[in-house]
Design a protein around this ligand. Structure first.
Ligand SMILES: [Ca+2]
Length: 293
């Protein structure tokens, strides 16, 4: 097994922890922000007077996926079965999403923050290591039932595909979908070249502003669009694998399985006013019911 630099960074994170805690005992005042998670993200430059604040993340540390953060749906999805058995932590800080076959049935998985975490506006980023086999596609995306609302463009709900990886080529797909998936469905997408994307770890991100989306791969802008009028309502996060025997990813029946993709971390940042600490673009009312007092 080779040691990749990100795993090394993760180890260093833990090796440094006792030192940080020790320093905290003697120097840090109450209310001081915890150290930023590592490895660090390359964030877009904030305007003067603004700063980035981490508001939600999962580093996938520990032995078991945190179901307070993630729901694992189980149902037939295209030509495979989404199964909880397809999603697990590796105990070394990563989420592993498997694609496998038992008998004549193909299994893969989805994890989503539905009912747990929804957000609008900000910077949404994940570090991923992609699949090795053809015939299935990996995706990091945002969604809510409001995508099905026809009319009002995508302002009342859009699917944001931060990344989809359907083929074993050096391209990544970004897309926005709105007004449902029937006759009124509308979408705009962009394939972008990312040399080396099938090897090693890569960061996939979207900067969602109230009037524009800006997509990034490895910290470099790859696409910007205002399609759909830009979604103004909160969405939840999803990582998924999907299989269609005659779909855009090729035919998985020709491949030897299992296969997998991995996620090292996913993080959500808000732009805040550097003086007040308040979000520059407050999140609109969420569809998650608030807990009763
Ligand atoms: Ca709509």
């Amino acid at each position: 097994m080779t040691m990749n630099p990100f795993k090394f960074a993760s180890l260093r994170r833990w090796m440094a922890l006792p030192l940080l805690l020790c320093a905290a005992c003697t120097q840090a005042g109450e209310g001081e922000a915890p150290p930023a998670p590592q490895p660090a993200d390359t964030l877009p430059e904030a305007k003067a007077g603004q700063a980035w604040k981490l508001v939600w993340n999962d580093e996938f540390d520990g032995e078991k996926l945190d179901e307070a953060k993630w729901e694992l749906p189980e149902y037939k999805r295209h030509d495979a079965q989404w199964s909880k058995r397809a999603a697990a932590l590796d105990g070394q800080g990563r989420l592993v999403m498997k694609t496998f076959k038992e008998g004549e049935t193909y299994f893969n998985g989805c994890v989503r923050t539905k009912g747990r975490f929804e957000h609008a506006f900000g910077y949404f980023t994940a570090r991923m290591k992609l699949q090795k086999k053809a015939g299935h596609w990996t995706a990091f995306w945002m969604f809510n039932q409001s995508v099905g609302k026809v009319g009002n463009d995508g302002r009342d709900g859009s699917e944001i595909d931060i990344m989809e990886k359907p083929k074993l080529d050096e391209k990544v797909h970004h897309a926005i979908h709105w007004d449902g998936y029937g006759k009124d469905h509308k979408a705009k997408g962009q394939s972008v070249a990312v040399p080396g994307v099938l090897e090693g770890w890569h960061d996939f991100a979207v900067l969602w502003l109230p009037d524009e989306y800006v997509f990034y791969v490895d910290g470099k802008e790859t696409w910007r669009t205002k399609e759909g009028g830009v979604c103004q309502v909160p969405l939840y996060l999803k990582f998924s694998d999907e299989i269609q025997f005659k779909g855009w990813a090729g035919d998985i029946r020709k491949e030897e399985l299992p296969d997998e993709f991995q996620v090292d971390h996913v993080r959500v940042y808000d732009l805040i006013d550097a003086q007040t600490g308040k979000p520059v673009y407050p999140v609109p009312e969420t569809s998650i019911p608030k807990p009763q007092p």
